[in-house]
Design a protein around this ligand. Sequence first.
Ligand SMILES: C[S@@+](CC[C@H](N)C(=O)[O-])C[C@H]1O[C@@H](n2cnc3c(N)ncnc32)[C@H](O)[C@@H]1O
Length: 235
Amino acid sequence: MNAEAVLKYILSQPQDALVNNPWALYQALDFYGRTSHLMNFKQAKLNVAKKALDSMQPAPKVVLEFGTYTGCSAIAWAAILRDLNGPFAEGLHVYTFELDEDVAAVAQELIRIAGVDDIVHVIVGPAAESLQKLVAEGKVTPKGVDMAFFDHWEKFYLSDLQLCEDLDLFREGSRVIADNTDIPGAPDYLAYVRAGGRGGEGNVKFETNSYESESGIEGRRPNMVEVSTVLAAKP
Ligand SMILES: C[S@@+](CC[C@H](N)C(=O)[O-])C[C@H]1O[C@@H](n2cnc3c(N)ncnc32)[C@H](O)[C@@H]1O
């Protein structure tokens, strides 16, 4: 589904209910995704992720998202960060990476309508390069990432996770969530987190759980989401 068509659909809806209402905008996108092929992070999977974030102490403030597309999940992360930290909390950031400039422009517009453009930063370009730049600029700091969400192309999941580790971005308790680990699938990524990470002294250690969620659309797959927790960060 082309991203401009998604924006057109949202703009055709009564705007009063959507403006500055990230949950309403997320629901509208999710509803659209039930009838059109929208590669958004569906409600049932979001519920799994939300549970993992709700149980974090301290509450999460900084999210990295690999794969923006129309901004549907980025809008949801921003809403969750606000709900967990209160409407006036400072230091809430969702850094979301998107390869395609035109798609990123649509996401930016939807994020603006949802009223979370103070929290969500859409960064155009290959995620690995964009992340290294953010760290070099001091915008993302060591042990400063509470959750990383992998939802771009599955072949990059493992190398981008390892990049986060090499940049020392995780703290104990950080969550790492990956979508579509069954189809198309990310077998190297799954094997890695199930083994607990690289192993050995001084490396990040993970525990992990696989969740099968209802896609909300009969017979539609993929529906697996992997939720990992950092048991030990780098010393
Ligand atoms: C499944 S969609 C993301 C869906 C989004 N998270 C949501 O739930 O609304 C995947 C997106 O990742 C982007 N992408 C793929 N590889 C990428 C990379 N290496 N760096 C940045 N973006 C990438 C694609 O252009 C596509 O828009």
